[in-house]
Design a protein around this ligand. Sequence first.
Ligand SMILES: NC(=O)c1ccc[n+]([C@@H]2O[C@H](COP(=O)([O-])OP(=O)(O)OC[C@H]3O[C@@H](n4cnc5c(N)ncnc54)[C@H](OP(=O)(O)O)[C@@H]3O)[C@@H](O)[C@H]2O)c1
Length: 251
Amino acid sequence: MLALITGASSGIGREFARMLANKGYSLIIVARRKEKLEELAKELGSEVRIITADLSRLDECVELHDKLKDEDIDIFINNAGFGVFGEFDKTPIEKELTMIKTNVVAMHVLCKLFLVDFKKRNKGRILNTASLAGLMPGGPLFASYYASKAYICSLTRGIYEELRREKSDVHVCALCPGPVSTEFEKVAKVSFAGFAADPVRIVRYAYKKLMKNKLIIVPTVIMKIPKPLCRFISDKAVLKVVYGIQNSKMR
Ligand SMILES: NC(=O)c1ccc[n+]([C@@H]2O[C@H](COP(=O)([O-])OP(=O)(O)OC[C@H]3O[C@@H](n4cnc5c(N)ncnc54)[C@H](OP(=O)(O)O)[C@@H]3O)[C@@H](O)[C@H]2O)c1
Protein backbone atom coordinates (compact mmCIF):
# COMPACT_ATOMS: atom_id res chain seq x y z
CA MET A 1 0.00 0.00 0.00
CA LEU A 2 1.35 3.40 -1.00
CA ALA A 3 0.24 6.90 0.03
CA LEU A 4 1.28 10.29 -1.33
CA ILE A 5 0.94 13.25 1.05
CA THR A 6 1.56 16.89 0.22
CA GLY A 7 2.14 19.34 3.06
CA ALA A 8 3.63 16.51 5.11
CA SER A 9 6.28 18.59 6.88
CA SER A 10 3.86 19.70 9.59
CA GLY A 11 0.31 19.69 10.97
CA ILE A 12 -2.44 17.66 9.34
CA GLY A 13 -0.17 16.25 6.61
CA ARG A 14 2.43 15.09 9.11
CA GLU A 15 -0.25 13.36 11.21
CA PHE A 16 -1.61 11.66 8.11
CA ALA A 17 1.94 10.41 7.44
CA ARG A 18 2.27 9.07 11.00
CA MET A 19 -1.13 7.36 10.91
CA LEU A 20 -0.72 5.83 7.46
CA ALA A 21 2.80 4.59 8.28
CA ASN A 22 1.27 2.97 11.35
CA LYS A 23 -1.26 1.23 9.15
CA GLY A 24 1.53 -0.20 7.01
CA TYR A 25 1.53 2.23 4.09
CA SER A 26 4.75 3.14 2.33
CA LEU A 27 4.86 6.90 1.96
CA ILE A 28 5.86 9.62 -0.45
CA ILE A 29 5.97 12.87 1.52
CA VAL A 30 6.12 16.30 -0.10
CA ALA A 31 6.74 19.86 1.14
CA ARG A 32 9.33 22.63 0.78
CA ARG A 33 11.21 22.11 4.06
CA LYS A 34 13.53 19.18 3.43
CA GLU A 35 14.85 19.03 7.01
CA LYS A 36 11.32 18.62 8.40
CA LEU A 37 10.58 15.84 5.94
CA GLU A 38 13.88 14.12 6.82
CA GLU A 39 13.07 14.37 10.53
CA LEU A 40 9.69 12.76 9.90
CA ALA A 41 11.14 10.01 7.70
CA LYS A 42 13.66 9.21 10.43
CA GLU A 43 10.91 9.09 13.05
CA LEU A 44 8.67 6.82 10.98
CA GLY A 45 11.36 4.33 10.10
CA SER A 46 9.04 2.74 7.53
CA GLU A 47 9.53 3.05 3.78
CA VAL A 48 9.41 6.79 3.14
CA ARG A 49 10.41 8.72 0.04
CA ILE A 50 10.98 12.45 0.34
CA ILE A 51 10.28 14.94 -2.43
CA THR A 52 10.82 18.65 -1.92
CA ALA A 53 8.66 20.88 -4.06
CA ASP A 54 7.25 24.37 -3.98
CA LEU A 55 3.69 23.61 -5.04
CA SER A 56 2.85 27.28 -5.55
CA ARG A 57 4.82 26.79 -8.78
CA LEU A 58 2.95 25.06 -11.58
CA ASP A 59 6.15 23.59 -13.07
CA GLU A 60 6.95 21.92 -9.73
CA CYS A 61 3.44 20.41 -9.54
CA VAL A 62 3.84 18.97 -13.03
CA GLU A 63 7.35 17.75 -12.19
CA LEU A 64 6.04 16.05 -9.03
CA HIS A 65 3.45 14.19 -11.05
CA ASP A 66 6.02 13.26 -13.73
CA LYS A 67 8.16 11.64 -11.05
CA LEU A 68 5.25 9.65 -9.63
CA LYS A 69 2.93 8.85 -12.53
CA ASP A 70 4.04 5.22 -12.70
CA GLU A 71 3.76 4.60 -8.97
CA ASP A 72 0.87 2.46 -7.75
CA ILE A 73 -0.52 5.06 -5.33
CA ASP A 74 -3.53 3.97 -3.26
CA ILE A 75 -4.18 7.18 -1.34
CA PHE A 76 -3.36 10.75 -2.28
CA ILE A 77 -3.68 13.30 0.53
CA ASN A 78 -3.80 16.57 -1.44
CA ASN A 79 -3.22 18.79 1.54
CA ALA A 80 -0.59 21.55 1.23
CA GLY A 81 -2.02 24.98 1.92
CA PHE A 82 -2.08 28.05 4.12
CA GLY A 83 -4.15 31.13 4.99
CA VAL A 84 -3.75 34.89 4.67
CA PHE A 85 -5.58 36.81 7.38
CA GLY A 86 -6.72 40.43 7.35
CA GLU A 87 -9.07 42.91 5.70
CA PHE A 88 -9.15 42.29 1.98
CA ASP A 89 -7.93 45.77 1.01
CA LYS A 90 -4.95 45.49 3.36
CA THR A 91 -3.63 41.95 2.78
CA PRO A 92 -0.56 41.75 0.50
CA ILE A 93 -1.59 40.72 -2.99
CA GLU A 94 1.62 38.75 -3.66
CA LYS A 95 1.06 36.57 -0.59
CA GLU A 96 -2.58 36.07 -1.56
CA LEU A 97 -1.67 35.07 -5.09
CA THR A 98 0.85 32.54 -3.73
CA MET A 99 -1.94 31.21 -1.51
CA ILE A 100 -4.29 30.89 -4.48
CA LYS A 101 -1.55 29.12 -6.46
CA THR A 102 -1.05 26.67 -3.57
CA ASN A 103 -4.61 26.20 -2.23
CA VAL A 104 -6.39 26.33 -5.57
CA VAL A 105 -4.10 25.86 -8.59
CA ALA A 106 -1.80 23.18 -7.11
CA MET A 107 -4.71 21.27 -5.54
CA HIS A 108 -6.62 21.44 -8.82
CA VAL A 109 -3.67 20.41 -11.00
CA LEU A 110 -2.50 17.57 -8.74
CA CYS A 111 -6.05 16.31 -8.21
CA LYS A 112 -6.55 16.19 -11.98
CA LEU A 113 -3.19 14.61 -12.88
CA PHE A 114 -3.42 11.86 -10.27
CA LEU A 115 -7.13 11.29 -10.89
CA VAL A 116 -6.35 10.52 -14.54
CA ASP A 117 -3.76 7.93 -13.41
CA PHE A 118 -6.11 6.48 -10.81
CA LYS A 119 -8.92 6.17 -13.37
CA LYS A 120 -6.65 4.23 -15.75
CA ARG A 121 -6.11 1.72 -12.94
CA ASN A 122 -9.71 2.12 -11.68
CA LYS A 123 -8.42 2.34 -8.13
CA GLY A 124 -7.34 4.96 -5.62
CA ARG A 125 -8.63 7.56 -3.22
CA ILE A 126 -7.98 11.30 -3.21
CA LEU A 127 -8.57 13.43 -0.12
CA ASN A 128 -8.49 17.15 -0.85
CA THR A 129 -7.95 19.15 2.33
CA ALA A 130 -10.49 21.97 2.15
CA SER A 131 -11.88 23.48 5.36
CA LEU A 132 -15.13 24.27 7.14
CA ALA A 133 -14.38 27.71 5.65
CA GLY A 134 -15.20 26.22 2.24
CA LEU A 135 -18.76 25.40 3.35
CA MET A 136 -19.57 28.92 4.53
CA PRO A 137 -21.06 31.70 2.37
CA GLY A 138 -17.89 33.75 2.84
CA GLY A 139 -15.19 34.65 5.32
CA PRO A 140 -14.76 38.29 6.32
CA LEU A 141 -11.15 38.91 7.50
CA PHE A 142 -10.14 35.67 5.75
CA ALA A 143 -11.95 36.37 2.48
CA SER A 144 -9.50 34.93 -0.03
CA TYR A 145 -8.73 31.89 2.14
CA TYR A 146 -12.45 31.04 2.48
CA ALA A 147 -12.87 31.53 -1.26
CA SER A 148 -9.94 29.20 -1.99
CA LYS A 149 -11.46 26.47 0.17
CA ALA A 150 -14.94 26.96 -1.34
CA TYR A 151 -13.32 26.25 -4.72
CA ILE A 152 -11.91 22.95 -3.42
CA CYS A 153 -15.28 21.90 -1.95
CA SER A 154 -17.09 22.69 -5.18
CA LEU A 155 -14.47 21.00 -7.35
CA THR A 156 -14.52 17.87 -5.20
CA ARG A 157 -18.33 17.65 -5.26
CA GLY A 158 -18.35 17.84 -9.04
CA ILE A 159 -15.71 15.15 -9.49
CA TYR A 160 -17.44 12.95 -6.90
CA GLU A 161 -20.66 12.85 -8.90
CA GLU A 162 -18.83 12.10 -12.17
CA LEU A 163 -17.07 9.16 -10.51
CA ARG A 164 -20.30 7.94 -8.90
CA ARG A 165 -22.14 7.91 -12.24
CA GLU A 166 -19.31 5.95 -13.84
CA LYS A 167 -19.45 3.46 -10.95
CA SER A 168 -15.74 4.10 -10.65
CA ASP A 169 -13.61 2.53 -7.97
CA VAL A 170 -11.76 5.80 -7.71
CA HIS A 171 -13.02 7.98 -4.87
CA VAL A 172 -12.60 11.64 -4.00
CA CYS A 173 -13.51 13.56 -0.87
CA ALA A 174 -12.99 16.93 0.80
CA LEU A 175 -11.79 17.19 4.37
CA CYS A 176 -13.44 20.20 6.06
CA PRO A 177 -12.12 20.71 9.56
CA GLY A 178 -12.63 23.75 11.77
CA PRO A 179 -9.58 25.11 13.62
CA VAL A 180 -6.84 22.52 14.11
CA SER A 181 -3.73 22.88 16.22
CA THR A 182 -0.94 23.08 13.62
CA GLU A 183 1.49 25.66 12.24
CA PHE A 184 -1.48 27.21 10.39
CA GLU A 185 -1.96 29.76 13.20
CA LYS A 186 1.65 30.93 13.05
CA VAL A 187 1.69 31.11 9.24
CA ALA A 188 -1.65 32.98 9.03
CA LYS A 189 -0.73 35.14 12.05
CA VAL A 190 -3.93 34.29 13.92
CA SER A 191 -4.69 32.82 17.31
CA PHE A 192 -7.21 30.05 17.89
CA ALA A 193 -6.95 30.79 21.64
CA GLY A 194 -7.00 27.12 22.53
CA PHE A 195 -10.13 26.36 20.43
CA ALA A 196 -8.32 24.06 18.07
CA ALA A 197 -8.72 20.34 17.51
CA ASP A 198 -5.95 17.80 17.88
CA PRO A 199 -4.69 16.89 14.38
CA VAL A 200 -4.31 13.25 15.48
CA ARG A 201 -8.07 13.02 16.05
CA ILE A 202 -8.80 14.83 12.80
CA VAL A 203 -6.79 12.46 10.61
CA ARG A 204 -8.07 9.37 12.41
CA TYR A 205 -11.66 10.44 11.71
CA ALA A 206 -10.81 11.52 8.16
CA TYR A 207 -9.23 8.17 7.33
CA LYS A 208 -12.31 6.28 8.52
CA LYS A 209 -14.59 8.42 6.35
CA LEU A 210 -12.20 8.33 3.39
CA MET A 211 -12.33 4.54 3.43
CA LYS A 212 -16.16 4.74 3.49
CA ASN A 213 -16.13 6.95 0.36
CA LYS A 214 -17.72 9.94 2.08
CA LEU A 215 -17.85 13.15 0.07
CA ILE A 216 -17.57 15.98 2.61
CA ILE A 217 -15.79 15.08 5.84
CA VAL A 218 -16.43 17.38 8.79
CA PRO A 219 -14.60 16.08 11.84
CA THR A 220 -15.55 16.94 15.45
CA VAL A 221 -19.18 17.18 16.54
CA ILE A 222 -19.21 20.92 17.25
CA MET A 223 -17.99 21.71 13.71
CA LYS A 224 -20.90 19.75 12.21
CA ILE A 225 -23.32 22.39 13.52
CA PRO A 226 -22.55 25.43 11.29
CA LYS A 227 -23.24 23.82 7.90
CA PRO A 228 -26.88 22.69 8.48
CA LEU A 229 -27.51 25.88 10.48
CA CYS A 230 -26.57 27.94 7.41
CA ARG A 231 -29.69 26.56 5.67
CA PHE A 232 -31.94 28.40 8.12
CA ILE A 233 -30.01 31.65 8.53
CA SER A 234 -29.50 34.27 5.84
CA ASP A 235 -26.03 34.59 4.31
CA LYS A 236 -25.77 38.13 5.67
CA ALA A 237 -26.44 36.91 9.21
CA VAL A 238 -23.89 34.10 8.83
CA LEU A 239 -21.30 36.60 7.58
CA LYS A 240 -21.81 38.71 10.72
CA VAL A 241 -21.20 35.66 12.91
CA VAL A 242 -18.14 34.62 10.87
CA TYR A 243 -16.76 38.16 11.17
CA GLY A 244 -17.09 37.96 14.96
CA ILE A 245 -15.34 34.58 15.06
CA GLN A 246 -12.50 35.68 12.78
CA ASN A 247 -12.12 39.01 14.59
CA SER A 248 -11.54 37.09 17.82
CA LYS A 249 -8.59 35.34 16.13
CA MET A 250 -6.77 38.65 15.57
CA ARG A 251 -3.38 38.62 17.28
N1 LIG B 1 -5.12 24.18 10.90
C1 LIG B 1 -6.35 24.53 10.63
O1 LIG B 1 -7.04 25.15 11.44
C2 LIG B 1 -6.96 24.11 9.32
C3 LIG B 1 -8.36 24.05 9.24
C4 LIG B 1 -8.94 23.69 8.04
C5 LIG B 1 -8.15 23.36 6.95
N2 LIG B 1 -6.78 23.43 7.05
C6 LIG B 1 -5.99 23.10 5.88
O2 LIG B 1 -5.19 21.99 6.18
C7 LIG B 1 -4.08 21.96 5.29
C8 LIG B 1 -2.82 21.69 6.10
O3 LIG B 1 -2.60 22.79 6.96
P1 LIG B 1 -2.13 22.62 8.48
O4 LIG B 1 -3.22 23.11 9.33
O5 LIG B 1 -1.59 21.28 8.69
O6 LIG B 1 -1.00 23.75 8.52
P2 LIG B 1 0.59 23.64 8.59
O7 LIG B 1 0.99 22.94 9.84
O8 LIG B 1 1.08 25.02 8.39
O9 LIG B 1 0.95 22.73 7.33
C9 LIG B 1 0.90 23.21 6.02
C10 LIG B 1 1.69 22.29 5.13
O10 LIG B 1 1.59 22.76 3.77
C11 LIG B 1 2.90 22.85 3.23
N3 LIG B 1 2.98 23.91 2.24
C12 LIG B 1 2.57 25.20 2.34
N4 LIG B 1 2.88 25.88 1.23
C13 LIG B 1 3.49 25.00 0.39
C14 LIG B 1 4.07 25.11 -0.90
N5 LIG B 1 4.10 26.27 -1.58
N6 LIG B 1 4.62 24.02 -1.46
C15 LIG B 1 4.63 22.84 -0.79
N7 LIG B 1 4.12 22.68 0.43
C16 LIG B 1 3.56 23.75 1.02
C17 LIG B 1 3.82 23.14 4.42
O11 LIG B 1 5.13 22.68 4.17
P3 LIG B 1 6.43 23.59 3.91
O12 LIG B 1 6.24 24.87 4.66
O13 LIG B 1 7.55 22.75 4.42
O14 LIG B 1 6.46 23.75 2.44
C18 LIG B 1 3.17 22.26 5.50
O15 LIG B 1 3.64 20.96 5.40
C19 LIG B 1 -4.08 23.30 4.55
O16 LIG B 1 -4.61 23.11 3.26
C20 LIG B 1 -5.01 24.16 5.40
O17 LIG B 1 -5.63 25.17 4.66
C21 LIG B 1 -6.19 23.79 8.21
